[in-house]
Design a protein around this ligand. Structure first.
Ligand SMILES: NC(=O)c1ccc[n+]([C@@H]2O[C@H](COP(=O)([O-])OP(=O)(O)OC[C@H]3O[C@@H](n4cnc5c(N)ncnc54)[C@H](OP(=O)(O)O)[C@@H]3O)[C@@H](O)[C@H]2O)c1
Length: 331
């Protein structure tokens, strides 16, 4: 397993991170024996970062991860998140403290390595939505700093979801230690320029900007929630429906976009679209860890195998550049 620096935290994280979210679903809907087997195998193969959140499975992901880690006692890093609901906006510090205390209790730990704001960011307040503006983010940052001082967390981060201008402004402040960024073959705009007419949200090089500020970058949605498997079939543990983030209107549209990369398999660059997607994210050195949402042990073992094959060769490779997928608008 390759290890990379998580920005200025100084932590060394495995290039593959274990996604404990509800989309992959193993830590939410799996059976306990399989969770234990998968986490133990992940640790054995060198995975040392586990990413969860208070809202994944309404606390179930944290509860299950806490139980598994208490039993296995591996030396790993745990990151979780706090989502502030709209009705909590009038007392953000209290909401942050309440959420983190509950997370620690579910995780059975006195401290997490990373506490991340889960809310998307926006330039202006949007009634009915829990997207946070700069003043609210400043209050969250102070509260998370205080929790770090108290030893409840070692470092804190933000979520790279929301309006591009708000995300860049937050990164420019240089306060948070980490950021989670969407980065995949369908929407690579957080890590590479896209041409005019690009059909999805343009994150405008958010990853590079964050890394330039010394932030650790955690890649999310690397498989577009599973669409980059190229199939609409869902695993029994996986979320039955997946809401795209910064890609198509729905999952089926994302699968259709994913199939434009079939040439990578047909031309022998990789053995599968999943391999292509994971190795594509790995090729961005500014990314500290590539999260994959895991549905079962086999998916975890495959992800480790793909990471071991190393980064996908650069996208300017002649054969890739001349392919229909790369020539289409926006790529
Ligand atoms: N900060 C945020 O707001 C945010 C948002 C999203 C995710 N995240 C984090 O990022 C992690 C990963 O993201 P994600 O779960 O949303 O999506 P993802 O990693 O892009 O996709 C996960 C899906 O990929 C499929 N998959 C994984 N390995 C596979 C394999 N070997 N072969 C075929 N299909 C495979 C599975 O689909 P099937 O089960 O149907 O096979 C799984 O449900 C989450 O667990 C979470 O920790 C954070």
């Amino acid at each position: 397993m390759e290890y990379r620096l998580l920005g200025r935290t100084g932590l060394r994280v495995s290039a593959l991170g274990f996604g404990c979210g509800a989309v992959g679903g193993l830590l939410v809907r799996g059976d306990y024996a399989e969770m234990i087997r998968a986490v133990a195998r992940g640790v054995e193969l060198g995975v040392n970062y586990f990413d969860t959140a208070a809202i994944y499975g309404a606390g179930l992901s944290e509860t299950n991860l806490g139980r598994v880690l208490a039993e296995l006692r591996p030396d790993v890093l745990v990151g979780t998140k706090v989502m502030i609901r709209e009705e909590e906006l009038d007392d953000i510090p209290a909401a942050v403290i309440r959420s983190v205390e509950r997370s620690l209790s579910r995780l059975r730990r006195p401290q997490v390595d990373l506490i991340q704001l889960h809310n998307p960011l926006a330039v202006a307040h949007q009634p009915g939505r829990s997207w946070l503006t700069a003043p609210a983010l400043a209050v969250v940052g102070e509260a998370l700093e205080r929790l770090c001082e108290q030893g409840k967390a070692r470092f804190w981060g933000i979520n790279g979801i929301g309006e591009t201008a708000a995300l860049h402004a937050a990164v420019e402040l240089g306060q948070a230690h980490t950021i989670q960024c969407c980065y995949n073959l369908i929407n690579p705009s957080a890590g590479q320029p896209v041409s005019p007419g690009f059909p999805f949200q343009d994150y405008a090089g958010l990853i590079d900007r964050a890394a330039g500020q010394g932030m650790g970058v955690i890649a999310i949605r690397v498989l577009a929630g599973g669409a980059l498997s190229g199939s609409t079939d869902r695993h029994a543990h996986a979320a039955a429906t997946v809401e795209p983030i910064a890609t198509g209107r729905d999952y089926a549209e994302d699968v259709a976009h994913a199939r434009r990369f079939d040439f990578l398999v047909q031309e022998g660059f990789v053995g599968s679209l999943v391999e292509a997607a994971i190795r594509f994210a790995l090729a961005k050195p500014e990314i500290s860890t590539v999260l994959v949402g895991i549905s079962d042990l086999a998916q975890l073992e495959q992800a480790v195998e793909f990471v071991a094959r190393g980064p996908l060769p650069p996208a300017d490779r002649p054969a890739m550049k001349s392919s229909p997928a790369m020539k289409s608008p926006g790529y």
